[in-house]
Design a protein around this ligand. Structure first.
Ligand code: M6R
Length: 357
């Protein structure tokens, strides 16, 4: 039940700090060590390449998962949109492992791929919120999100839960392979949980930004680099699906290759700056679009913040920033939809779980 909340979406956004804590508890043993199913650990150790397959928001979580698994566990990862993969299977490595990411566990496009790869005799792990769902039953292994039911069509807490579970999978694999991790994941995830909570306490700020930037506009662009590029794609999806504003997330460096032609006087551009090694470059991109009339809003991490930045998110580990930087995207989208009188929890033309191909 949504209790005192006006919408499920807002309730589910607010639940994210608790969901992260739940995940920490579920995947930890008595000695505060990450514990995973032995079979999953073995499969992760054995594979020479991981293929992540998913749709929509779950695909965006997969993009972040690729970075985590490659950086932390040193296993190469490809991320595929399920509906593309099923008609155009890429060349597979010798020992592939498939990871299906699906909140509902019922998405037909993802299931079609699972059926294909099982026929080929490959192993599959499903990361889902729903125990006993089709994708969970038909895969060899399952990791649960422990996020509680997600009712709003726009996925919020499932995205952060998926990334948190993928980070645990990456850390466990690193340990199994004897790779020395430079940080304590469990500790860093609790820092993340507190940071999300702090942002959820600043709702007026996000409501004000939505009002100022998105009340009347027809379009909105999001830009970022590296991890931030993945998150701005999710931000754009969130905004378009519930507010019907045409929105796209772009890699900062690609602007000059075409997209910058779309910038007009007053076009809203939301930039994300949480990655130190690309901080100067993304700030250069913000200046480029501002010089062409864009109405810019920069969301940055505290240690990288400039005076003119509009939203400052607390510092967290560089690999885990998506868990925190997505919160302003979710809340800005929520308020934009609200101000535009849209049906926040049930946007037009969409279903919570897409059970047709
Ligand atoms: O249940 P799934 O995670 O497989 O669903 C995938 C997409 O349909 C879903 O993430 C969709 O993109 C959301 N409505 C986005 O908010």
């Amino acid at each position: 039940e949504k209790g005192t909340y006006p919408h499920y979406m807002l309730k589910e956004i607010d639940e994210q700090p608790i969901v992260i804590r739940n995940i920490i508890n579920q995947y930890q043993d008595k000695n505060d060590q990450i514990k995973l199913d032995d079979d999953i650990r073995k499969a992760m150790k054995k594979t020479d390449r991981i293929y992540i397959v998913a749709c929509g928001t779950s695909y965006h979580a997969g993009l972040v998962g690729k970075e985590l698994i490659e950086k932390v566990a040193e296993v190469p990862v490809e991320v595929h949109i399920a509906s593309e993969f099923s008609y155009n299977m890429p060349m597979l490595s010798e020992k592939p492992l498939f990871i299906f990411i699906s909140q509902s566990g019922e998405t037909a496009d993802s299931r079609a791929v699972l059926v294909q790869v099982k026929k080929l005799g490959h192993k599959a792990l499903t990361i889902t919120n729903v125990p006993g769902s089709t994708l969970s039953r038909e895969a060899d292994y399952t990791m649960l999100l422990h996020a509680g039911p997600e009712i709003a069509v726009a996925s919020t807490k499932a995205y952060t839960a998926q990334i948190a579970v993928l980070s645990i999978l990456a850390a466990d694999t690193a340990k199994a392979k004897g790779i020395d991790m430079s940080f304590d994941l469990i500790k860093e995830l609790s820092v993340v949980s507190n940071a999300i909570e702090a942002l959820c306490d600043q709702k007026e700020e996000f409501e004000a930004i939505a009002r100022e930037y998105l009340s009347v506009t027809r379009n909105c662009f999001f830009i970022g680099r590296g991890m931030d590029y993945h998150v701005v794609q999710e931000g754009a999806l969130k905004l378009k699906e519930i507010s019907y504003i045409q929105a796209e997330g772009f890699a900062g460096g690609e602007l000059k290759h075409g997209t910058i032609a779309l910038i007009e006087e007053g076009t809203p551009v939301i930039a994300l700056a949480t990655q130190e090694h690309v901080n100067l470059s993304i700030r250069g991109n913000v200046k480029e679009v501002a010089a062409r009339g864009a109405y810019t809003c920069t969301v940055s991490m505290k240690s990288l913040a400039d005076e003119e930045d509009r939203v400052i998110i607390p510092d967290v580990h560089a690999y885990l920033t998506p868990l925190v930087s997505v919160i302003p995207m979710q809340l800005i989208s929520y308020y934009a939809a609200l101000h535009r009188d849209c049906d926040v929890d049930k946007p037009r033309n969409l279903a919570k779980s897409v059970t047709v191909e």
